[in-house]
Structures are given as C-alpha cells and as structure tokens.
Design a protein around this ligand. Sequence first.
Ligand code: PGA
Length: 264
Amino acid sequence: MLVVLKRDYEEVSREAARIVASAVRSKPDIVLGLATGSTPLGLYKELIALYREGSLDFSRATSFNLDEYLGLAPSHPQSYHHFMEQNLFSQVNFPRERAHVPDGTIRGGYDDYCARYEQCIKAAGGIDLQVLGIGRNGHIGFNEPTSSLASRTRLKALSRETIEDNRHVFSNDAEMPKCAITMGIGTILDSKRVLILASGRSKAAAVAKAIEGPITSSVSASALQMHPDVTFIIDEEAAYSLTQRDYYRHVLEMTRLFTPERLD
Ligand code: PGA
C-alpha cells in the first residue's frame, strides 16, 4: 500500500488527476472504475481541464461506476447518473455507450441485473484503475460495515450513518433512498489498481482504521490491505490519526528512487 500525504484537497485532486491521466495516456482503451461523492469532484475538474487543454483523450475509454441509489431515475438531480453526467461525462469526450452506471430504476430481478453488471465488467477486460472515496464509516462504494469482504455487485441496504450523511441533499426524508446497487468488495479487489482519496478531519478515523487497523468487515476499506496495488492519497486532515506518517514519507521517497514507475 502506498500512502501519499498531501497538504490539502487541491493537492490530493491534482495528484489523483496526474495518476489517472497518466494511466489513460499509457492505455487509451483503459477501463476505469469511477466514484461519486464530494471527494472525486476536484479530480474530475482537473481531468476536464487536461481534456480542454488537449492533453487528455477519453474517446477509447470505458468506465464502470461503483454504485447508484435504488429508485432514482438517471434524470434525478441526486442520482449518480446525473452526477457523472454533470461533473465529468458531458465535459469531456467520454463515449456514453461505454460509460456504465448501475441502473437505479430496476424493480425486481436484482440478482440477475447485478450478475450482468459483473459480466459486463469482465467482458470489458476487468477494471484497470478503480477510483474510490471512503465514507466516515469506512465504506467503499456502498459496502456498508459488515459487508462480506468477498461481496459482488448487489442490492445493499444503506446504513443509518450513510443515510444521515446524504440526507441534506434530498428535499425530504421520504425522498432519501434507503438502498443502492453497489459493486461488492470482491468486485473492487478484482481491479488491477486502486486509487483511494480522502480529505478532511471527518475521514481521519476511517482512514486510520483502513490503513493501520485489522482487516475487518466492520471497516470495508480495510479489505484494500489485501490488494497488491493500492495508492491512498490523503490530505493532512484526513491523515491526522495515522501513527506512521514518517514511515509513509520514507516509503514514498524510496519508491521515487527505486521504482518510480509505481508512482505514475
Ligand atoms: P464523500 O463520500 O466523497 O462525499 O465524502 C465518500 C463516500 O461515502 O464514499
């Protein structure tokens, strides 16, 4: 696990964009795993800027989003379809027919639908680079605490904490979805590389548990300790509760010296 410590959210976003852009340039037909939420917004802004200046081309890329709220149509302003359209797809040359977001409007046949989403990822050759945020409760995607570390894409009931974190963007409580379709932890662990971003003190406890705590289904992100190629990019506030910050800086310095390609 590489832990990259940055000063603030802007630096986290720029570093993440540097890595994603470099991955797209070296493999134009890349399969990206994409995330929503406030954390990756800065990354998407940076990618849009690179596209506008002509140094990034998504025309051959494919993407799979982690999750979508159950019951929200793509046109709903709080749906993740809408989020992706607004904050990335409409602003770059991403081919819509290869930009996949789970369908929140399905009614019934959830297991079959989720199995097809998994199949679609497989048919595309698997995810080359998965972008993740982390919830205050340590979730990745909507894999809430106690999700199986081997879970696949499925219908998942949201935790009270997640519902509370997201309630403010919905006009009333009844509108706030209680379930989502989400890739599983097993799905995420199958991706070839993982980039996980965190910013702000509210994430510090989850980040420390994910990086330095035991692997446990109580903290879904701790499963990333079993993945061979994970890069955490976190700002000072999110790194607040880590006990080995000096060691992570040393590891980064040695990586720069001996295996700089790991930082691309
Ligand atoms: P956030 O959400 O980026 O809006 O903080 C992260 C998450 O819940 O995964």
